[in-house]
Write a protein that binds this ligand. Sequence first.
Ligand SMILES: Nc1ncnc2c1ncn2[C@@H]1O[C@H](COP(=O)(O)OP(=O)(O)O)[C@@H](O)[C@H]1O
Ligand SMILES: [Mg+2]
Length: 264
Amino acid sequence: MARKIVVTSGKGGVGKTTLVANLGMQLAERRARVVLIDVDIGLNNLDVASGIESRVVYDIVDIAEQKCRTRQALIQDKQCLNLYYLPTAHTYNSGKITSKDIRNIVCRLDNDFDYILIDCPAGIDVGFYRAIYSAGEALIVTTPHISAIRDADKVAGILSAQNISQVSLVVNRIRGDMVNHGKMLSAESIADCLNLPLVGIIPESDELSSQASINGKVFDIDDELNMAFGLLAQSIISGKVRLYNYKPSRPRILSALMGGKQKF
Ligand SMILES: Nc1ncnc2c1ncn2[C@@H]1O[C@H](COP(=O)(O)OP(=O)(O)O)[C@@H](O)[C@H]1O
Ligand SMILES: [Mg+2]
């Protein structure tokens, strides 16, 4: 049976899709069978971020409308053969596909995968509920910005009333230099504030944001990010949290991790 993890945030643009793509790759590189499901219906981003957009033939709406079988819509990653994508529709009246449709699809994938990562849309309306309905666990992604933290708090409150066994936090776009200068909240203080277990710290990456603006892909990332996502994958697999450890040569990351001592 697969672990079904929804990646959510409330606020848009905080890095959910980036996290789903990279965490999925890291889990698959550790021999897990992984499928990434884009439930942001009508606003496909995961296929663009993962570089598979041109390979999409069928999508999740085609499955729900019985135009194809679930297997036919899956796209296998070219490099990592146990990583699959289930894309969403490019244009669609997203109200037509229901939470139960998604759950039926997830159930059909359950036996063939170890991890099903569900990329949730922004907001807390129908699309959000549709995405969380099939999940057994949730990763809430926030950035250190107050608006994102407030939305994460709202989402955490909603999830606590749902049938989700484990809700954890990933803080994305941490800049250690700013944390050290007291200009940015540390990941640990954000986790304290939200009262959520912290399972990952992902540093701000100039490379990632500039790549996204050039070709939309998120995989050709630098070593720091690779390591941060790798540790997140290990924490998820083992249940023992291992946060990204700094390299003394990279003061930004050093201070990101030192930032935990700095409460606000
Ligand atoms: N750690 C990071 N450092 C720099 N840019 C990032 C980071 N994480 C995400 N981004 C960028 O932020 C933008 C929004 O990310 P995305 O994953 O699409 O967010 P969401 O799915 O929550 O809307 C993208 O351009 C992405 O490349
Ligand atoms: Mg997204």
